[in-house]
Design a protein around this ligand. Structure first.
Ligand SMILES: NC(=O)c1ccc[n+]([C@@H]2O[C@H](COP(=O)([O-])OP(=O)(O)OC[C@H]3O[C@@H](n4cnc5c(N)ncnc54)[C@H](O)[C@@H]3O)[C@@H](O)[C@H]2O)c1
Length: 461
């Protein structure tokens, strides 16, 4: 089982919601048989969302040593994607890919792909997060084990929905992994143990940075002809808050996640500043909803702080790493990027070889957290052990969104305020078809609405 922090807030909120609790309790007696536990029977896999990460996650699945997994179905909303992804996987795992006619295109493809599986098989959910609850709901109905990517949610209402769905998954005994791979970085796991054992004292503050040039679909030009608003926004999902929570949620979640894990708690509130310095260049105007700079101060119940800084501008000082500071010393949590080895502890606040207490040393074959998370997940399925990372994934997604919302609104945002907020970014996302309007359509001036701190109350746009 992954060493996730406890989830006191989600639990409290859940218990307060009597209706939901009753519904989940009613399911408690209907746990599915442990289909693949204790057996070496082939586990079938379906891939929903055949992009970069989906193909990567399916590859990790098929590479689990002695995993005995087979990819049998794939689906996407763009017709070339399943073909490309399956072709790539077939090159690497010839005998473990048997998809044939089981590729599906469209917003209902997830049902068709999951209908190819038996209870206890695995579905990989790697679309943009807007669709996560829709796909998770059907996976639970079908009794499937699930690997889902982060973020798990983008707003309060879908976070509540996912907490409730996850109670159903737990009641059915489904195994569910979330792609927060920091938690499967063995250097960070040892660091977490050392922090819990008091090596750097009580954590007083933590620092996380992700500052580099524009990446992925951080920014977008106006929609070209020949593609609908919906498909344009899905294709460039980091640019649109309904689809992804924007670049803030998509890019920064890992550092927020592993720092909260080190602290063993979720922040109770955030305030933040941010803005967009450059919306124009020689080619015209960028119409995405992102800021290019964010500085968030999260506060924990005990007064400890998590400071996060993000910037996506070329030509500036770049930093991409994280640290934790305690009453007796300091830790390098991620040495570089989202969760880069080695982690280390020091008996002072500034680091340096002379003050080093410990530095992680991980065997080469254990250094890939994307593979580690799959090895652990499959081991739990085979052993029939409880495995569910979703409450942690929801909380991490929610507190990341809390920082984003604080910057976008210019207000202090508490955990309870965002969880109980009513701004659902894409209310009917489960009803979309290839011909639908997008959940976000342009205003009269042809531009999409963007966050305007101080002008829209608690709404981000
Ligand atoms: N853990 C990590 O380090 C990590 C790294 C990259 C991406 N991710 C996450 O993985 C997810 C996908 O990211 P990506 O980089 O692979 O993006 P991508 O655009 O390469 O892939 C997403 C795919 O999903 C498809 N899709 C969109 N909506 C769909 C729907 N309703 N049904 C079926 N298919 C649909 C898209 O057409 C696309 O092919 C995101 O949530 C992202 O944050 C995680």
């Amino acid at each position: 089982m992954t060493s996730a922090p406890s989830d006191p807030l989600s639990r409290r909120d859940f218990l307060a919601d009597t209706g939901r609790f009753t519904a989940a309790s009613a399911l408690a007696g209907v746990a599915l048989p442990n289909v693949h536990g204790g057996s070496d029977e082939t586990i079938q896999v379906a891939l929903v969302g055949c992009g970069g990460r989906g193909t990567g996650a399916a590859g990790n699945a098929l590479a689990v040593p002695n995993g005995n997994l087979k990819l049998v179905a794939a689906t996407d909303v763009f017709d070339k994607k399943p073909h490309n992804s399956v072709g790539h996987l077939k090159d690497r795992f010839k005998d473990q890919v048997d998809v044939r006619e089981r590729t599906f295109v469209g917003f209902d493809g997830y049902r068709k792909a999951m209908d190819c599986l038996r209870p206890g098989d695995i579905v990989i959910l790697t679309t943009p997060p807007a669709f996560r609850w829709v796909h998770y709901q059907y996976a639970i109905e079908k009794g499937l084990n699930v690997f889902m990517e982060k973020p798990v949610t983008t707003d309060g209402p879908t976070s509540k929905r996912m907490f409730a769905l996850n109670e159903q998954a737990k009641a059915k005994g489904l195994k569910v992994a979330v792609g927060l791979m920091s938690r499967h970085n063995y250097g960070m796991q040892e660091l977490k143990q050392r922090i819990d054992d008091g090596e750097i004292g009580e954590i007083t503050f933590m620092r996380g940075y992700r500052m580099h040039g524009p990446a992925a679909f951080f920014r977008s030009k106006p929609k070209p002809d020949g593609i609908s608003h919906l498909m344009y926004q899905i294709q460039r999902f980091h640019s649109f808050l309904w689809a992804s929570g924007g670049n803030f949620s998509d890019f920064n979640i890992h550092i927020v996640d592993h720092l909260c894990w080190m602290k063993g708690a979720w922040p109770i509130k955030a305030h933040a500043v941010g803005g967009r310095h450059y919306r124009e260049d020689e080619d015209g105007t960028y119409v995405d909803q992102n800021f290019d700079s964010y500085a968030v101060e999260y506060t924990f119940e005990d007064g400890a702080k998590l400071f996060f800084e993000g910037r996506y501008i070329n030509g500036c000082h770049n930093i991409y790493k994280s640290n934790a500071h305690g009453t007796k010393g300091m830790a390098i949590v991620s040495a570089s990027n989202d969760c880069g080895l080695p982690s280390a502890t020091f008996r002072n606040q500034k680091g340096g070889r002379d003050a080093m207490i410990w530095r992680s040393r991980i065997a080469r074959e254990k250094r890939n957290p994307y593979q580690n998370e799959w090895d652990t997940f499959i081991a739990a399925i085979r052993a029939g052990e409880a495995y569910n990372e979703v409450d942690t994934g929801i909380n991490t997604s929610l507190v990341t969104s809390m920082g984003r919302m604080a910057a976008h609104t210019g207000q202090e945002v508490t955990y309870d305020a965002i969880l109980n907020g009513d701004h659902e970014f894409a209310p009917d996302v489960d009803k979309l078809t290839l011909d639908s309007d997008a959940p976000l359509m342009p205003e009269a001036n042809g531009l999409y609405p963007v966050p305007m701190p101080g002008k829209k109350g608690m709404r981000e746009y």
